[in-house]
Each structure stands twice: as structure tokens, then as C-alpha cells.
Design a protein around this ligand. Sequence first.
Ligand code: PLP
Length: 401
Amino acid sequence: MRADDLLPRPLADYLAAPLTAQFPGRRAGQARFDGPAGTLVHAAVADAVAGYLAGPMVSNDGGAYPAGRHSDALADWARAAVRRLLGAPGGHVVFGPNMTTLTALFVRAAGEHVRPGDEIVCTELDHEANVAPWRAMARRRGATVRTARLVEGTLPADAVAEVLTGRTRWVAVSAASNALGSAPDVAAICAAAHRVGARVYVDAVQAVPHRPVDAAAWGADAVVASAYKFYGPHAGVLWIGDEAAEPLRLAEQPAPAGDDLPGRLELGTLAFEQLLGTAVAAEVLLGWDRAAVAEREAALAGELAQVLETAPGVRRVSPAGGDRVPVEVFYLPGVPAAEAAEAFAARGVSLTHGRFYAPGPMAAAAPGLPAALRAGVAGYTTGEDVAAFAGALKEVAADAG
Ligand SMILES: Cc1ncc(COP(=O)(O)O)c(C=O)c1O
């Protein structure tokens, strides 16, 4: 199966259009900076999912009839597409509703092999979804959690290496923060973890939309991502390398979908339309000139940072240095974030507000401060969007003053 089999016209045609024209959800007068929470959907994804749902091939898998066989082929193809997207040959690809659910299931399975006295390393950079389940599992299993600390909003590999010991079983680390944008050196972290015999579970949710991910080059043992953050449908994907997967076979879990490993983490019938949409989104990213898209995003992120740095009274929380993905967190003094977000929305600018389920980064970067505002650049962001943001910021700040 190929993406072209599911589309009304070749994928190459979609990809030949200017980036902004590849997103049918874009609207004049609407500047969408909410990508870190969820992006617009690519036209090819929307067409493929709609065409599938309206067509004759909708079926459960395992059937000896054309639609049943199509579902089998679709699942195989979707797993292969995710492997290519994550640079992850071999291993197992698991589909689920989102990163949080997949991580909870994975940690439950991995926890079966964690013993009292073992150690888990979490980081101050990570989203709660990659911290809370590890903490809960460690409590249940009598293991200890050690936390790698941020240094000026970044997570140096040494900060992780410092908390590794011969008892570390798993390191749970983010490839890019949803609050600070900081992107640690995952390969160096994996190498340090492997030197003490630990495995590494990488949250690539915010990395995949902005940069090529190479699980093999990282040396990661498991990589998780969310398709709706990379222009796909609301779905999550998890790749687990063969060595890390092997012991999980022993975990006692209900396995109504079969007794191979994905069957244990994928419970019940697969969401075929989401697999399909995820695979098409993966093909889109693989088909883009990623370096050119990243360069364009970085230029726009630079403009956005400049707007924030020069706006009177605005406090920009994102660290000045280090490798980063294009997300900005900031405060407008004197205006609660929820109110400010509404004022931006009234001016056609979509921002997210809150603490972004990232208490570690937010406490480290903005200690004692309340909810913040967040603006992220996506592949479809334009200079006009940034100008709209700058104009809205001026007006909202003036109203507050
Ligand atoms: C870095 C990061 N990790 C994990 C998550 C959780 O993802 P999901 O909502 O797909 O469970 C998010 C969501 O915002 C995120 O940004």
C-alpha cells in the first residue's frame, strides 16, 4: 500500500503546493499559533481519511474478503510509515489514542521488570505525561525516582548523566519541551544511559513536527509521538526497539487482539482511520524538504522572539540559548493569561494558555508565576501571522496598561 492508493490525486501534487496551501483549515484573518497543543491537519490526511470512511474498504482486520485484507495491509503500511518517520527500523509500532495513554500502558508493562531498589530517571524538562506514570510505577515497585535538573532552561546531557547509577533501569526524557522549546542532546543521553545498562524512553511529541527524528542514531529504546501535533489525526504512536520489547512479552496484560507485543499494548480493535491518517501525515513529513521547512520555521520563530523581546513589559520565559524548537512562552504583566488569550482570540490570534502540563519547566523558568501564554510556529505559519500577533500584542498590552 502507498499513500497514493488512498488519495484522489498523487501525494506529490499535494506536496508541490506552497506550504500554506497544503492546509485547508487555514483561514484568512486567523493566525494559528496553537500548534504545540495541536496543529491544523494536512490536506492529504483529510482527503485520505474522508475517502476511506466514505468508501467500501472500511472493515475490521483479519477478514478473508477484500475490505478485511485492506485493513490488514493498511495496518502493516501504517506501522512501516511510522518506522520511517521515526528513523526506527525493526522493533514494534504501537498505535493508541494519544501519547499519554501509550506511555501509561508502556510504563505499566515496563514496571513489571522493575524491582525494589531500582532507579528511574525523570527530568525537569518533561511534560507530566512522561513523569507521572514513571513516578507512580516507581512507588508501586519500591523503586526510586531521580530527577535531572535544568540549567538555565536547558537540559545538558551531563545533568542526566549525573543522576545515573548502576541501578538505573529507565530514563524518561523529552526530545523537545512543549513549554521551553529546549531540545536536549538525546543521543548523548542515550549513550550515557546505555553505559550504565539503563534504557531510554523518548518523548518526541514536540520534536517530530519540527525536525527529522532518528531513533536509531539516537540509540533510543522507545520513542513516542502524537500524530495530531504533526498535521495528522488525533492519535498517538509508540515505537519500541526489539531489545526493550523482549521482556515486555512477559507482562501480564489482557491481550484480546493477539499475544504478540503490539497486541498487548493495543487493546481491542484498531482505529484504522487514525492509523491511515497518521501514516499519511508521516508520508507528508517524509516528503517535505525538512531542512527548508525548519529554516522557515526558525526564521519566523526569530521574528516572534524579537516581537516579544521588544514589547514593553512582556516577560519572555523561553531560554535564550541552546537547541530549540519554535515555541515561545511569555507573560503579559497585569493580565491573567486566560483573559489575555481571549483578547488575542478576539483579534484572530489563537494562543494557548496555562502551565501546559509542564510543572517542571514552568517552575524552573518562571518560579512562582501563574499561568502563561504560549505561541508556537508551525509549517503553515506565515510572516503575516507574526505581524498579526505583533499587532494584537500591542493592543492587548495597551488595553491592560
Ligand atoms: C512534549 C509533550 N509530551 C506529551 C504530551 C501529551 O500528549 P498527548 O496529549 O498526545 O497525550 C504533550 C501534549 O501536549 C506534549 O507536548
